[in-house]
Ligand binder design. Structure first.
Ligand code: HEC
Ligand code: HEC
Length: 316
């Protein structure tokens, strides 16, 4: 009897320990700058390779006039996507980019079902979808846009983004060691000088070309460094369902979305971890999130990393 009791106490302590370990937010999925960075001169003129037009630094950072380097590569942006609505609805295309590719600190909207986009913004407006972090400027700005925008505007934006084709632009690289990174303004991981370090249990998603990303070049993608072996482990978890239903049952056979269920293939792995974390924490709790609850109930932080590495490595 005493042995059983002792065992129960030990198990209890181990479980509490596990729950605590899982509740810490992975800093690389919710990046927040730790110190100020030097600001470029707003009058400085910037370029991207192969494009004749130029912008100023102030111009590429105008939240009501989206810098569009490649207007011919996508349909005409509706007013709400290109300009938003002053004073408090920033243009959707500023953060999610004119082609909807999105960035690690926000989300790719290209090719996501229109009804899904509408529902997510509605969930953010009603408070059913929040982030587990209240420190990321990008997410707080999205929440403010959700509250200030109206149904008609979101519907127009959703129709626009859902018709765009999401292109593969994240290169997933398995590795043991990575370059030293820091968190720049706008919640972006960047490489900094210093000796290489162990990747450990992290996903480090950084711009392929920081200069191009800084000027919001919508054709310059990202590299995601992931732990060695994570893609194969993730494949097994995704196909088995990680203790619940296989992911393909709802997200489609190639994880390219199905009906109103969002696509996952080729999407940002840090963004995927953030969402899995938010479902598990219950901060993402709209009507659709109920279907994700059993999926994340037994998903450890390590499993989330492997799953995200695999899904991001797939062709969209
Ligand atoms: C200031 C930057 C910013 C602007 C402007 C912005 N968003 Fe977002 N959006 C974000 C961020 C950041 C997230 C990711 C939230 C998270 O990870 O929890 C996001 C997420 C979303 C999502 C959820 C996608 C998913 O698959 O989970 C939708 C839908 C969305 N935004 C739609 C819009 C629409 C429509 C507009 C314009 C009316 C807009 N956004 C404007 C930053 C922005
Ligand atoms: C029973 C159906 C179902 C299954 C099975 C399922 N999902 Fe989902 N998933 C959904 C729905 C519905 C949503 C949209 C949730 C919402 O509305 O907030 C979603 C959303 C997501 C998102 C957020 C995407 C984004 O752009 O924000 C991720 C990540 C995700 N699922 C991963 C998985 C993984 C990994 C598995 C397998 C382990 C899985 N899902 C299995 C139904 C399912």
């Amino acid at each position: 009897m005493r042995k059983v009791l002792l065992l129960l106490v030990i198990c209890g302590a181990a479980l509490t320990g596990a729950a605590l370990a899982q509740s810490a937010l992975p800093y690389w999925a919710y990046p927040v700058p730790r110190h100020p960075w030097p600001q470029p001169d707003p009058r400085q003129v910037v370029h991207v390779p192969g494009v004749k037009k130029t912008f100023t630094v102030a111009g590429v950072n105008d939240r009501f006039n989206v810098p569009d380097w490649y207007p011919a590569s996508h349909p005409r942006m509706p007013q709400i996507v290109a300009h938003g609505r002053k004073p408090d609805v920033f243009a959707c295309g500023y953060c999610h980019l004119p082609n909807g590719q999105g960035r690690p600190e926000n989300a790719s909207l290209a090719g996501q079902p229109a009804a899904y986009i509408v529902n997510q913004v509605a969930d953010m407006r009603s408070g059913r979808r929040k982030s587990s972090s209240d420190k990321m400027g990008s997410i707080n700005a999205m929440m403010a846009v959700a509250k200030a925008s109206n149904d008609a505007e979101v519907k127009i934006a959703a129709d626009y983004f859902s018709k765009l084709k999401f292109a593969k632009w994240i290169r997933v690289v398995e590795t043991d060691k990575v370059q030293k990174t820091d968190i720049a303004q706008r919640n972006m991981l960047v490489v900094v000088p210093g000796p290489k370090e162990k990747i450990g249990r992290r996903i480090l998603e950084i711009p392929e070309n920081l200069e191009r990303t800084e000027v919001r070049d919508s054709k310059s993608g990202f590299i995601a460094y992931v732990p060695r072996g994570s893609i194969a482990r993730g494949k097994a978890l995704v196909e088995s369902g990680a203790g619940a239903f296989p992911c393909a049952a709802c997200h489609g056979p190639d994880y390219r979305g199905n009906g109103n269920v969002p696509a996952l293939a080729g999407r940002s792995p840090s963004g995927i971890v953030r969402q899995l974390h938010d479902f598990r924490a219950g901060t993402r709790n709209g009507a659709g999130a109920a279907m994700m609850q059993p999926e994340v109930a037994h998903m450890t932080d390590d499993m989330q990393i492997d799953i995200a590495a695999y899904l991001a490595s797939l062709n969209p």
